[in-house]
Write a protein that binds this ligand. Structure first.
Ligand code: SAJ
Length: 420
C-alpha cells in the first residue's frame, strides 16, 4: 500500500512514521520547504519522545520521504490544523482541511480512501468534505471511500498511543468505514470501532470537552477553596478516595491545540444548548489572570520586585507553546509592569515578542518569586540551596503542585493548597 499524508506536524509526522515502520510506502506532504528538507535528511522539527529514531530509521530504509507535492496513492490522510475562527463563538476554521482535500482530489483514483484525521466540527464530513469529493465527479462509498478517523494521541506519548489506543473510524457509508478500518489494522493494536462520520466527529470533540469541563471544575474549586481558606489539594485528595469521583488538577489554565480549541467547535454549532461547555471554557480562560494577580500579591511590598517564571509550554516535557497559559501569564505580568525573566529548558525561542528566554541561573539571580508554570521534570527537583543563595526572596509559587517542600530550607513554597 502507498499512503500520502498531508501535513507533517504533531499528528501527520508520527502517523506517517509509524505506517512506514510497519511496511507502508509513505510520502508526507508539507507546505514548508525547510520541514521537507529536514525530514529527508532524517531529522525532525518537533519534540516527541522516540520520534527522531523512528523517522531516521524509515528515511534510511526508503519507506518514508517528504515532499511539497501531492502524489497518487492508495490512501490519503489529511492531518492539518483546524484553528478557531475569529468569530463570536470561535467556530471551526476548515480552510486548511478543505484546501488539503482540494489538493488531493486531482490525483485521486477510483478505489482510493480519503481520511481526515484533523479534529473537525460536527457534520463537517457530511456537509463540507463530501460535497467537494462529489463535485470532483466521484460517488462516495462506490468510487472513493471517505472517512473521519480522529487522532486521539497524547503529546509526549504519541508513539505508544498510536499503536495501542482504540481508534474510531467514521465512514460516510459503512463500506467507507470498513475500508478505513482496514488501513489502520496495519499497526493499531487497540480496538478499531466503525461508525458514521458525524458520530466520530462528535465523540472526538467530547473526549477533549470532557477533560476541559473537568479541569474547569477543579479550577473553580480552587478559587472557591481559596476564598474560604480551605486547602483545595487536600479536598481533591479526599474526594478522590470515593470510588466514583475523579476530580482533575487545578492549574494555571488549559492550553495546547486541543482542549483550548475543540470545545468551541461544539459551542459554535449550538450556542444556546452547549452552556456548560462554554462556561467551562470561560473558567479555564480566566485562570491566567487569576495566577498573574496572585503572583503580583506575593511580591507586594517589595521594591522593584523580580519574578523568575519557569516554563512557557502548554504542559510538561513538550516544546509546544500553542495556546499556552504560561505565555499568557508572563505577558500579563510584563504588561502590568512587573520585571520577569523566563526560563524553559525545552524551548529554544520564545513565541512572545514581550520576552526572551534566559538560563535558570540568570532568571533566579535577585528574584523575589519563582513562578512555576509548567510541570517539566526539570522543575520537580529544584535546587533549594541554589534558590536560597541567589534569590532576593526565596519563595516559590507552584501553580502545578509539583515542587516538594523542603522543611530544612528557607524556601517558602506556595501552591493552590495554601494560597489563601
Ligand atoms: N491540565 C490541567 N489539569 C489537569 C489535566 C490537564 O490543567 O488535570 C492542562 C494541561 O496542563 C494542558 C491542558 O490541560 O495545559 C491539556 O493537556 P492534556 O494533557 O489534558 O491534553 P493534550 O491537549 O496534550 O491532549 C489531549 C488528549 N485528550 C484527552 O486526554 C481527552 C489527547 O488524547 C488528544 O489526542 C489531544 O488532546 C488532541 O490532539 O486532541
Amino acid at each position: 500500500m502507498k499512503l500520502c499524508t498531508i501535513g507533517l506536524g504533531y499528528i501527520g509526522l508520527p502517523t506517517s512514521a509509524v505506517f512506514a515502520k510497519y511496511g507502508t510506502d509513505v510520502v508526507g506532504i508539507d507546505i514548508h520547504q525547510s520541514v521537507v528538507d529536514k525530514l529527508n535528511r532524517g531529522e525532525i522539527h518537533i519534540e516527541e519522545p522516540g520520534l527522531g529514531e523512528v523517522v531516521k530509521e524509515v528515511v534510511a530504509s526508503g519507506k518514508f520521504r517528504a515532499s511539497l507535492d501531492v502524489e497518487p496513492a492508495d490512501a490519503f490522510i489529511i492531518a492539518v490544523p483546524t484553528p478557531n475562527n475569529d468569530d463570536e463563538n470561535k467556530s471551526c476554521d476548515l480552510t486548511y482541511v478543505l484546501d488539503a482535500t482540494r489538493r488531493v482530489l486531482p490525483v485521486v483514483q477510483k478505489g482510493n480512501v480519503i481520511i481526515v484525521e484533523s479534529t473537525i466540527a460536527p457534520r463537517t464530513m457530511d456537509d463540507f468534505v463530501k460535497p467537494l469529493v462529489e463535485e470532483a465527479g466521484f460517488v462516495v462509498g462506490e468510487d472513493v471511500y471517505l472517512v473521519h478517523c480522529p487522532e486521539r494521541v497524547l503529546p509526549g506519548q504519541i508513539l505508544h498511543e498510536l499503536v495501542h489506543n482504540n481508534r474510531i473510524v467514521g465512514g460516510i457509508t459503512s463500506t467507507c468505514a470498513e475500508k478505513g478500518a482496514e488501513i489502520y489494522r496495519t499497526f493499531v493494536e487497540g480496538e478499531i470501532i466503525q461508525t458514521d462520520a458525524k458520530t466520530a466527529e462528535m465523540s472526538k470533540l467530547m473526549e477533549n470537552t470532557f477533560r476541559d469541563v473537568n479541569i474547569a471544575l477543579a479550577n473553580e474549586l480552587a478559587k472557591v477553596c481559596n476564598a474560604l481558606d480551605i486547602n483545595v489539594l487536600d479536598v481533591i485528595e479526599m474526594a478522590n478516595k470515593h470510588p466514583r469521583v475523579n476530580l482533575h488538577s487545578p492549574g494555571p489554565g488549559v492550553g495546547g491545540h486541543c482542549l483550548a480549541v475543540d470545545p468551541y467547535f461544539i459551542v459554535a454549532k449550538q450556542p444556546e444548548l452547549a452552556k456548560i461547555i462554554k462556561l467551562s471554557r470561560d473558567t479555564n480562560v480566566s485562570m491566567p489572570d487569576y495566577v498573574a494577580t496572585h503572583a503580583q500579591k506575593l511580591v507586594e511590598g517589595i521594591e522593584n520586585p523580580k519574578i523568575a517564571a519557569f516554563g512557557v509550554t502548554y504542559k510538561g516535557n513538550v516544546d509546544d507553546m500553542r495556546e499556552s497559559p504560561a505565555v499568557e501569564i508572563i505577558d500579563l505580568l510584563i504588561e502590568r509592569g512587573v520585571n520577569v525573566e523566563v526560563h524553559d529548558p525545552h524551548v529554544e525561542r520564545s513565541i512572545s515578542d514581550k520576552f526572551d528566554l534566559v538560563s535558570s541561573e540568570q532568571a533566579l539571580t535577585g528574584a523575589d518569586l519563582v513562578l512555576v508554570l509548567v510541570d517539566h521534570n526539570e522543575f520537580k527537583q529544584l535546587n533549594f540551596n541554589e534558590l536560597t543563595a541567589t534569590m532576593n526572596t526565596p519563595r516559590i509559587f507552584d501553580t502545578r503542585n509539583i515542587v516538594k517542600e523542603d522543611t530544612d530550607s528557607k524556601v517558602e513554597v506556595v501552591n493552590y493548597g495554601n494560597l489563601y
